[in-house]
Design a protein around this ligand. Structure first.
Ligand code: GLA
Length: 381
């Protein structure tokens, strides 16, 4: 990929790049919509990546292009661009927030990106572009930032440049990924750690290819409902995120909130418990137990958080009825996209095809199947 990217760079910019970096996409393992509530979450960095290349310019302009189209976008001032050039906001925001952390961009650059991440599968290509850009910018400008600073810059870019009120899951996993390991994030303290995932376990993704038209709006709506719940639970005291409350706290405040807000909060609070239990079960090597947690997480998303859909529910049920599947759940924002299934090594193409055929029979389209292995996080190359 590096050679192809380098050649394409020469075609587009007429010069060779000086800096390369890459970052992986991610699968949300468990912890649905817990991150922006200060909760806990686990993810896996996968073996599909975004790679970026950069070359210095003698002036102060920043030029961005995608390898696919070759279309160039030139920026002289670092501020969010309008919707039609929206994809530039991901790396541009990262640059802005790394500068706030101390990076000095005293010259401009040309940048090109290339991806092996399947589009629209909910594998967070946006975090992969953010983290690969962060690595590349730090190298180009000689700025010594740690992974946490980079992940934070990526999240801020989403929140303030792109307008997506997400948490730090995607950027944290893309930055801190490790081969044969999960990334555990405490989003309150912003602590990132790795937990081994046996190489005998496999992660399979089944992409429903369905995307709710209002997915961004629905994500923001869920965010708002969670904030409403935490505000009610905080009472007159200091405003605290949902992470700080237990199911007992929620039950005692039930009469002061509407049912929708109550159910959103119940999902988030119980999901935090499931993540912690999953971590313990993983450490004990109890994969059957982990599988049960994954399925319980899906059911909670389905009935309480209501960010699933018929297609995802079908895929989860179909996956869970196959031999070799420990558990399955929707992964990521929801409202369409993909489910992940955790399997043992006996699960293979034959079992995956059975799931796809059942889905096709019902919905008339074959889901895309992606197998991934837990891989390393962002790095300059
Ligand atoms: C998206 C967001 C993440 C997280 C998940 C849901 O992937 O980008 O920050 O909120 O949804 O858990």
């Amino acid at each position: 990929m590096k050679d192809t990217l380098s050649k394409r760079f020469v075609e587009i910019y007429g010069k060779t790049p000086e800096v390369f970096a890459q970052a992986p996409g991610r699968v949300e393992f468990i912890g649905n919509h817990t991150d922006y509530n200060g909760g806990v979450v686990m993810g896996v960095a996968i073996d599909k990546i975004v790679m970026v290349a950069l070359a210095k310019r003698s002036d102060k302009k920043f030029v961005f292009a995608k390898a696919k189209t070759g279309e160039k976008i030139e920026v002289s001032e670092i501020a969010p661009l309008d919707r039609s050039k929206n994809w530039v906001n991901y790396p541009l925001g990262v640059l802005k927030f790394l500068m706030e952390a101390g990076l000095k961009a005293d010259f401009g650059f040309e940048m090109l990106d290339m991806s092996s991440l399947p589009a629209g599968a909910g594998l967070s290509s946006s975090a992969a572009i953010e983290m690969s850009s962060a690595m590349a910018f730090c190298k180009l400008y000689g700025f010594d930032a740690d992974l946490k600073t980079m992940a934070r810059a990526g999240r801020k870019s989403e929140n303030l440049f792109v307008g997506m009120p997400c948490g730090i899951l995607d950027q944290g996993v893309s930055a801190f990924g490790k081969k044969d390991a999960l990334v555990f994030i405490d989003c309150m303290t912003e602590d990132f750690s790795n937990f081994p995932l046996s190489p005998d376990c496999k992660i399979w993704l089944f992409n429903s290819s369905k995307k709710h038209a209002l997915v961004d709006g629905l994500y923001a709506e869920r965010h708002e409902e969670c904030m409403k719940a935490s505000k009610i639970l905080s009472g007159n005291g200091e405003a605290k995120l949902l992470r700080n409350f237990s199911l007992e706290d929620l039950e005692s405040a039930k009469s002061s909130m509407d049912d929708v807000v109550y159910r959103r909060a119940k999902h988030v609070i119980s999901e935090n418990d499931r993540v912690l239990k999953t971590r313990d079960l993983l450490l004990k090597g109890d994969m059957e137990g982990v599988g049960k947690m994954l399925k319980a997480s899906h059911d909670s998303s389905r009935y309480l958080f209501e960010n699933s859909c018929e297609e995802l529910d079908f895929l989860v049920e179909a996956a869970c009825s196959q031999n070799g599947v420990y558990g399955a759940r929707l992964s990521g924002g929801g409202f369409g996209g993909a489910i992940m299934a955790l399997t043992d090594s006996s699960f293979g193409e034959k079992e995956a095809s059975a799931i796809c055929e059942a889905y096709e029979k019902k919905f008339g389209v074959k889901p895309a199947v992606i197998t991934c292995s837990a891989s390393d996080g962002a790095k300059a190359i």
